[in-house]
Design a protein around this ligand. Structure first.
Ligand code: ADP
Length: 320
């Protein structure tokens, strides 16, 4: 009866993924029900489906000790091109280097004939995007709590010379205790020499920093993550990203013009507005440092929750 309870691999979850399947760029992996790491001797039994990304499907699994984990599966068919192989190895290499209370733990990595598997810490409460869909907006107290944890993870990444470059609600996960785990290092970059700058365009339109788009000659660096923290702050408090419009070109135009507003019907504090506009400075050299953000009045105002209750998954929590 247990075997029957495990659902068959679903069709592509998003229209974009379905398009890639058609073009032959995304081959949806269909891993066995019991995934075996032949070298390590570990066995992981699939118990659920968590989501799908650019190349991967992510499943909830149970190991022989009964511990639940997430396994990210990439079909080798999807990484036949040199570019895609390099991308996947970079993701694995960078994620494997990192170990921090607010970063999804990378526990193991192995392959079989068909797929590459990454065993990750399970984040029971999904992504911050899922929570935003249910709640519409976050309270200022919750936002302080979560953004502090995001910044702690960024400070650690930057201290190891890693830039995440794709910080957004869909890549910020919540564990069983409603604490942040930064995940998805698919676009992360390592700064190998001090002062090195990255020149390739990457990131997600809504959250992308202006210098990535418009200063390609000079390149970009750690400040792009600070920009994303500003976009995240706005999105949590207002309920949608600051530069959002229907098409990507219009989003880029708004980013270039630094054009966003604070809708009147979605009241937020003056200190929140001030912090957002300070962070969303088009000039990366004028953006505050992560340390400076934490000393802003927004972070010093009360209440600051000791923890977030599970009820916050559905209704706004109240703190005193
Ligand atoms: P991609 O890098 O291909 O975009 P992601 O790493 O973003 O893939 O994962 C795709 C989806 O799988 C996520 O949106 C999320 O719903 C789910 N997921 C990924 N990692 C975890 C995890 N550690 N715990 C729980 N769910 C996860």
């Amino acid at each position: 009866a247990r075997a029957a309870a495990v659902p068959p691999p679903p069709p592509p979850a998003t229209a974009a993924a379905a398009e890639k399947v058609k073009e032959g760029k995304f081959v949806p992996p269909s891993p066995p029900r019991v995934i075996k790491d032949r070298n390590g001797g570990w066995r992981y039994t699939r118990v659920g489906f968590l989501g799908e990304g650019g190349f991967a499907r992510v499943y909830e699994v149970q190991d022989q000790n009964g511990n639940h984990k997430a396994i990210k599966v990439v079909a080798k068919q999807s990484i036949r091109s040199k570019k895609n192989k390099t991308k996947l190895w970079a993701e694995i290499k960078l994620h494997q280097m990192l170990s921090h209370p607010h970063i999804v733990a990378f526990e193991d990595c192995f392959e079989d004939e068909e797929n590459v598997y990454m065993v990750l810490e399970l984040c029971e409460h999904g992504s911050m995007m899922d929570l935003l869909r249910r709640r519409k907006r976050y309270t200022e107290a919750e936002t302080r709590y979560y953004v502090l944890q995001i910044i702690a993870a960024c400070q650690y990444m930057h201290s190891t010379n890693v830039i995440h470059r794709d910080l957004k609600l869909g890549n910020l996960f919540l564990d069983a205790e409603m604490n942040i785990k930064v995940g998805d290092f698919g676009l992360a970059a390592l700064i190998e020499k001090p002062g090195d700058r990255k020149k390739t365009i990457c990131g997600t339109p809504n959250y992308i920093a202006p210098e990535v788009l418009f200063d390609t000659a000079n390149g970009h660096s750690f400040e792009v993550d600070v920009w994303s923290v500003g976009v995240i702050l706005y999105t949590l408090l207002i309920g949608k990203p600051p530069f959002q419009t229907k098409d990507v070109k219009a989003i880029y135009k708004r980013i270039r013009e630094n054009r966003y507003d604070f809708p009147e019907d979605k009241a937020i504090s003056d200190s929140a507005k001030d912090l957002i506009s300070t962070i969303l400075n088009p000039n990366p050299d004028k953006r505050p440092t992560l340390d400076a953000i934490l000393t802003h009045p927004f972070f010093l105002s009360a209440p600051f929750p000791a923890q977030i209750p599970l009820t916050a998954n559905d209704v706004a929590p109240e703190f005193r």
